[in-house]
Design a binder for this molecule. Sequence first.
Ligand code: NAD
Ligand code: NAG
Ligand code: NAG
Length: 437
Amino acid sequence: MSKQMSHLDNIPSTPGKFKMEKSHYVHHRLRWHSSLAKLTFWSFMFMGVILIFFFRSPSTNPLPQDPSRRSLRTYNWGGPAWEKRVRSSARIRSRNGVSVLVTGAAGFVGTHVSAALKRRGDGVLGLDNFNDYYDPSLKRARQAFLERSGVFIVEGDINDSALLRKLFEVVAFTHVMHLAAQAGVRYAMENPGSYVHSNIAGFVSLLEICKSANPQPAIVWASSSSVYGLNTKVPFSEKDRTDQPASLYAATKKAGEEIAHTYNHIYGLSLTGLRFFTVYGPWGRPDMAYFFFTRDILKGKSIPIFEAANHGTVARDFTYIDDIVKGCLGALDTAEKSTGSGGKKKGPAQLRVYNLGNTSPVPVSDLVSILERLLKVNAKRKLMKLPRNGDVPFTHANISLAQRELGYKPTTDLQTGLKKFVRWYLSYYSGGKKAAG
Ligand SMILES: NC(=O)c1ccc[n+]([C@@H]2O[C@H](COP(=O)([O-])OP(=O)(O)OC[C@H]3O[C@@H](n4cnc5c(N)ncnc54)[C@H](O)[C@@H]3O)[C@@H](O)[C@H]2O)c1
Ligand SMILES: *[C@@H]1O[C@H](CO)[C@@H](O)[C@H](O)[C@H]1NC(C)=O
Ligand SMILES: *[C@@H]1O[C@H](CO)[C@@H](O)[C@H](O)[C@H]1NC(C)=O
């Protein structure tokens, strides 16, 4: 795998493994002094490698000819002990419970949704590739938090069809909560391939497995408020136009909505897309403004506050994580069954899209004032023009559809939610990283 390729895939390497092999190699080297012996040794090694390559049985290696596996990091999965953990994590423990595959479970929203499902007795299995788009140690800490409540996260990629097929062989998931994605708006200019890999190719791979599964699961997945792009009609409602994305991220989410339409139409998959509006809270994402503002205010570093054209304010419809989780559960609970089987549609299936926001946009400068009060530190503000590289000046959700059909009703204002975030932040970064949400 070339270096460029692994950068494209945005997947961390495993230095620990390679260190072991290296010391082994050094050890052998010291014992072989004569160059003839050295030559003989390496010839045997070379032939050995060739033989292993040719006689490797295909049954031990799923998809041996699939070139896509070359672009994936190889994860350790499979085996009886692994299957036992998968089964046990996905086991339903309450009457009328469901079994849910949560992709992106080591992510911010995935962690909260998985914990909430587990708490009410549903079977939950996580899947995450633990990529290093942001500090993977935070993902590991969330994983440890979930493990304590009995949720196992399988390490792997949503674009790995062999792995997904295996998971559906082991567990008959009734639902998939698909939250894995390459998030972030500005990073798309640095690493566009990672958006295509996770948000398009990965989503299609997941849907391919879901459509062939028997029974087919119902799927709820995360779209984004960013699909509204340059739309200026406020508040944003589901019927508004979404054909003017302002970033590649938004374009891949919009593509996801169209791909969902196709799989619903052809295969009878039940699909619900949720357009999240700037989610924040404990265990949040370090690449988001509220998170790095907190870090930089505490460090005494200046923070950029963007201004829209003509000194307009930049505002966001900040939505607290617990409200988002309730919306996700509401979507799962109202999802109808998929209608297909054996890859064939049997009748029309449910296809839905909902805004999940807070309906009260707050200027980013107000966000900073709240943080100053909570942290008891004055921020060094640096006013800047909003660059035209993906961010839109404001977002504002019309949530009446989700209110009516999912029983969605956000209850946490920014002041209250940030207080909880700051409490988590301070204990996580000073208290030995053991804080819980
Ligand atoms: N947080 C927000 O404000 C927000 C807003 C709109 C939409 N969303 C969407 O909600 C979902 C969850 O977002 P989040 O904030 O929790 O982000 P996150 O980055 O914390 O979580 C995503 C998780 O998915 C994993 N992942 C990425 N690509 C993968 C792949 N190919 N295979 C397996 N795992 C993979 C990552 O390792 C990560 O843990 C995403 O789809 C995101 O686009 C989030
Ligand atoms: C994803 O998987 C598909 C099918 O296995 C493969 O063709 C494709 O190259 C992969 N895409 C990426 C971006 O990894
Ligand atoms: C919000 O959306 C609903 C449709 O879901 C629409 O009837 C209503 O007029 C919208 N409200 C506003 C303020 O635009």
